[in-house]
Ligand binder design. Structure first.
Ligand code: NAD
Length: 496
């Protein structure tokens, strides 16, 4: 085991600092420069791993391997049912090692262990979903003009560069790796340089199940070097990225060189709209879960709460009361509801936004500070925070904070709710709470957003496409749409 109990406390600690290597052409390798990066447990600031810190040269090596392996055609030419069997085997092994992987995710990212456990279960389910999907019939035939018969077939895109962020380190990777592999592509994967630990576990599993070498490679390292090389390289056919909108823009530019296919899952500032006729306690539950789950570090977080005027004061009063009772602590304490933010730098960014909110004149009704009491002083803990009496042009209303900070907006009628809801550059997600079914659908259909809920917030399913409108992205993860992203379509016209 990598961890042990420390005193009477629930906090798990590693007995040794992990040594994380990159995986290229079926081998575990250091960065060619020999550089390593220290990986820190955000709950206590301790170094938990030293990770190979790759850059352009390492990315190039991995890309060349993926290119050659794709062109040799073994993986893409393998019967789909056989490729699927590898994916099923990965899912089984993820489940066998679920507890260890979840613990490592909590150590690396800080999230409550219970939530890390859900991530591992979801990752296994995602591999199974795409293993099943790839063996189902696809393609079409058309009887066009005699004597011609047209056949439409789908083929893998080729070499895919996959780049993911730190908020769901394992799961965001799997949302791309599973469909890309199922479709028959070869891959270079880059986890976030902040949270590479569970990627190593996944790649150990991939090695154990015996996927042919060269099919799936991993480079670690900074986005500006290793990541940018994936986006820029003419040998890469597609880039699938999840991360911030600013990074997405830079990837789009870099990908323009060889007109790569791109799929971008970017940021959000999603509205959660509560009408006066909503079930009050249900709406309160989801308003809190919508923003504070995963410490608010969720792209689809319901980070703007829109309240109808007549329930504004009462709803805020209840939110504040509930928020004060949220238990913030170490991720592997079973009582913990919210863990630390992922890094010191990110904590400073979030605290910076809280200052901006105060300066802009929003009213802080709960939270607003770093937490240092009860042994949390070495970690990056921030109180769950709520601002009310905001105006639409405030930065805290327009910009993604990506932390446990909720901003509340007031509306007087349906039309104003929709106008406010759509009033940012983002269009990722949104929720509506009302007991009037027709009104719920009317409002949801007016939202310029790709992921929506009625009388709920956050549940996510492998079957349903995930992605944003506007500056929240291009393309979709998950579902049949998520597989299509990793495939080309070819017409074959046959002269009978
Ligand atoms: P980020 O954009 O800083 O980094 C994401 C990844 O991109 C990392 O692996 C990073 O190394 C890499 N990267 C950075 N600069 C790069 C460059 N110039 N070229 C290539 N790669 C580069 O994002 P983050 O801070 O890690 O994650 C938070 C962001 O991710 C938030 O904006 C959040 O909304 C977004 N996100 C979106 C979704 C979604 O599905 N839409 C899901 C999770 C997170």
């Amino acid at each position: 085991k990598f961890y042990k109990k420390e005193g009477g406390r629930q906090m798990a600690v590693l007995t040794n600092v992990l040594d994380l290597k990159m995986y290229i052409n079926g081998e575990w390798v250091n960065a060619q420069s020999g550089k390593v990066r220290e990986i820190v447990n955000p709950a206590n600031g301790e170094v938990i791993a030293k990770a190979a810190d790759g850059d352009v040269e390492d990315a190039r090596r991995a890309i060349e391997v993926a290119r050659r392996t794709f062109d040799e055609g073994e993986w893409s030419g393998m019967p789909a049912v056989q490729r699927a069997s590898y994916l099923f085997a990965i899912a089984d092994k993820l489940e066998e090692k679920a507890e260890e992987i979840a613990r490592l995710e909590t150590l690396d990212n800080g999230k409550p262990l219970r939530e890390a456990g859900f991530d591992v279960a979801d990752a296994a389910a995602c591999f199974r979903y795409y293993a099943g999907l790839i063996t189902k019939p696809d393609g079409q035939t058309y009887h066009v003009a005699d004597p011609m018969q047209a056949m439409v077939v789908r083929e893998p895109v080729g070499v895919c560069g996959l780049i993911v962020p730190w908020n769901f380190p394992l799961l965001m990777g799997v949302w791309k790796i599973a469909p890309a592999l199922a479709a028959g592509n070869t891959i270079v994967f880059k986890p976030s340089e902040v949270t590479p630990v569970t990627a190593i576990k996944l790649f150990e599993i991939i090695e154990e199940v015996g996927i042919p070498k060269g099919v799936i490679n991993m480079v670690m390292g900074p986005g500006k070097t290793a990541g940018n090389e994936l986006a820029e390289s003419p040998l890469v056919d597609m880039i699938a990225f999840t991360g911030g909108t600013v990074t997405g823009r830079s990837i789009m530019r870099a990908a323009a060189g060889n007109i790569k296919k791109i799929s971008l899952e970017l940021g959000g500032k999603s509205p959660n709209i509560v009408f006066a006729d909503a079930d009050f306690e249900t709406a309160v539950d989801y308003a809190l879960f919508g923003i504070f789950c995963n410490q608010g570090q969720v792209c689809s977080a319901g980070s703007r709460l829109l309240l109808e005027e007549s329930i504004y004061d009462k709803f805020i009063e209840r939110l504040v009361e509930r928020t004060k009772n949220i238990r913030v602590g170490f991720g592997d304490d079973p009582n913990t509801e919210m863990g630390p933010l992922v890094s010191e730098a990110h904590m400073e960014k979030v605290l910076g936004y809280i200052e901006i909110g105060k300066q802009e004149g929003a009213r802080l009704v709960v939270g607003g500070n770093r937490i240092t009491a009860n042994g949390l002083d070495k970690g990056y803990f921030v109180e769950p925070t709520i601002f009310v009496d905001t105006t639409p042009n405030m930065r805290i209303v327009q910009e993604e904070i990506f932390g446990p900070v909720l901003v509340v907006q007031k509306f007087k009628d349906e039309a104003e709710a929709i106008e406010l809801a759509n009033g940012t550059v983002y269009g990722l997600a949104g929720g509506v709470f009302t007991q009037d079914g027709a009104k719920a659908l009317r409002v949801i259909k007016k939202l310029r957003a790709g992921i929506t809920w009625i009388n709920s917030y956050h549940p996510t399913y492998n079957e349903a496409p995930w992605g944003g409108y506007k500056q929240s992205g291009i393309g979709r993860n998950l579902g049949t749409f998520g597989l299509d992203e990793f495939m080309e379509v070819k017409q074959i016209n046959i002269n009978l």
